[in-house]
Design a protein around this ligand. Sequence first.
Ligand SMILES: Nc1ncnc2c1ncn2[C@@H]1O[C@H](COP(=O)(O)OP(=O)(O)OP(=O)(O)O)[C@@H](O)[C@H]1O
Ligand SMILES: [Mg+2]
Length: 337
Amino acid sequence: MHISSDSTELLVQRREAMGLTQEDLARRTGLSVRMISDLERGRTRKPHPRSLQLLTTALELDPSDMARLASGRAPDGDPAAVPGPPGKPVAQVVVPQQIPMAARHFAGRDRELRSLTALLEHQGRHAGLAVIDGPLGVGKTALAVRWAHQHADRFPDGQLYVNLRGSTPARLGPDEAIADFLDSLGVQPDQVPAGLPARSALLRSLLAGKRMLLVLDDAQSAEQVSPLLPGAAGCLTLVTSRRKLVSLVAHHGAHPVSLDVLSFQDARASLEVLLGHSRVVAEEEATAELIKICRRSPLALSTAGAHAALHPSMRITTLVAQLPVQPGPHLPGVELF
Ligand SMILES: Nc1ncnc2c1ncn2[C@@H]1O[C@H](COP(=O)(O)OP(=O)(O)OP(=O)(O)O)[C@@H](O)[C@H]1O
Ligand SMILES: [Mg+2]
């Protein structure tokens, strides 16, 4: 892709008409001052499509101007300024759809799902933000994923997901997480700026004016997620964490959702999906005992349910007899089998 002298003039005229210096435009776009200066002087003949998109957004250009910048075509159709092989798309528009698969045996959480949905209605001029907290295996990720799938159509520009691994020693730094998002949004590795503030600014520039959902899973702290938060309305972010991220609520007005273990009915409904209706109905008492031993923890129930599903001829009574009655002070689950 080339940029014509006509397009460079358009950039300068528009920037000046908006009363912006090159430095102001650099701040708005996350691009370097040098890159903007080179573009305006026609020194950069092949700007990256993403840079052009950033400039188009920051300079509030309309789609026809964007097309002119992207094609390098002069307004009168000057053939000398038309580059590239005919018919080849100049830029690939990527709509990321990164939400992981939802669990088939998900049950309950109606109130929590509704409270997240209410955020869509009350978003107004601000970016929506919710933080889901609760102990290990209580279903934070499952809730975020479930809601994200249910409402994906409200985010036509895409849904981004990152596992921040905040509860593990291999925690992802915010700069790494942003680099992943930028990559997903089509930014070439050599266009990703160094340093967290510049990366964060570029991400916000790319998200401005978009309707995107971000799921920031397993966050360790507010510091880990703050640089990833979109600034403008239209985007919504779901954060999950084992900790209560108080400062996200205090400083960013995040909507808090605290999860507890499942109700008996929801635990039973989930087992019914995993084990099959007939098996549960045939052994109601053993099922109730299983739910009790698992302390209604989604993780424990899923683990036990998966074990039973893998042994279709095993009676639930037999499974219950194999389980430790006192699994320990933590929520039972991973170490049951
Ligand atoms: N509402 C639910 N109904 C049935 N199963 C559920 C529900 N929520 C979660 N689960 C199951 O419980 C297990 C743990 O869920 P999930 O990974 O969402 O927990 P988590 O709170 O995110 O845990 P962690 O703190 O480790 O991130 C998964 O197997 C999931 O499918
Ligand atoms: Mg999780």
